[in-house]
Write a protein that binds this ligand. Sequence first.
Ligand SMILES: NC(=O)c1ccc[n+]([C@@H]2O[C@H](COP(=O)([O-])OP(=O)(O)OC[C@H]3O[C@@H](n4cnc5c(N)ncnc54)[C@H](O)[C@@H]3O)[C@@H](O)[C@H]2O)c1
Length: 328
Amino acid sequence: MENFDDFEKKSYQEGVEIKYGFADYFSYFSKMFIFFVKITFVMTQEIFEKIFYGTKVKNIHGQLALVTGGANGLGRATSFRLAQEGCNVIIVDINEEEAIRTAAAISERYGVKTKAYKVDVSNFDAFQELKQNISRDFDGQTIDILINNAGILSAISLNEGQHTQIQKVIDVNLTSHFWSVRTFLQDMIDKKRGHIVGIASMGAKVSFPLAISYCATKSGLDGFYRALQDELCVEDHDEYIKLTCVYPSFINTRKELTDILDQMEGVGPRMSPSYVANEIVEAIKKEKISLVLPLSAWLLLVSNFLTPKAMKLAKVQWVPVKRLKKKD
Ligand SMILES: NC(=O)c1ccc[n+]([C@@H]2O[C@H](COP(=O)([O-])OP(=O)(O)OC[C@H]3O[C@@H](n4cnc5c(N)ncnc54)[C@H](O)[C@@H]3O)[C@@H](O)[C@H]2O)c1
């Protein structure tokens, strides 16, 4: 493991220069070719298995799910949908009052066990305390399904507001995923069962203006879940620990957001939280690694290949950012 503390004292040693000849390149590319043949074989096998045996659907009835930011919006809708599947649901939110209300409403409707905890997801120690409290309140049970949903929908650019607000967006939207996964993953590995969902955003794949911190954190999640998947594969945990990273475009959640979206005709139709929640739970059951919502949002990726002037036209005129800025 790298020691990060002594960089200021470390003397720099230059890397050794290597000269590559034709034989080196030939050996490299022939190994690469064999590797691609193997990959194609495995992929073909997987595709045929899907065609002949269909997609396996996981039963999550009776599992213990934890939803961060579960008091409101998408988290609330996902908590309800998980309860509908027969999951017991833990609502984790900074807003205790709403969290308690949501937990009570879920229990009343579906008769499952629920509990609300007030936790600031950006605080690592708070997660450690949460883990102990869950163990106490749920007779030593551990988390089966972790939904990392809490996030701040910030529309602040680099020089707006206080620098501490930018830091907060990073801590809540990105760092919190490190803390929650670090807290609950080992139990999943020990139990050989678990599913982790990260709620990113289409902002991870296609940036939009005046939301630098938001887009950066959501792109960070994209990298986080890809790298986590790789680690699970390296350690051979991928057979029983599943990941799903979700990239929704706009959802009708809180009014502050929908008021802004109302002015942006270019962003297209918005999804309802219950629709997105249903897609998330179906993705868990079908063990999908990534989920772009709606499916048509893939088309937005075209914007990443536009020439600079066309990109400016798309991002500044189609989404009327200047108008929004004046209104603020
Ligand atoms: N609404 C959209 O259009 C949209 C689109 C793409 C992605 N998303 C993502 O979906 C997730 C949910 O968004 P939403 O629209 O439901 O938002 P929301 O504001 O309605 O709900 C977020 C919840 O997170 C909680 N929360 C905020 N900071 C917290 C903290 N430090 N600790 C614990 N809880 C905290 C809030 O109290 C709230 O209950 C977010 O990660 C968001 O980035 C939303």
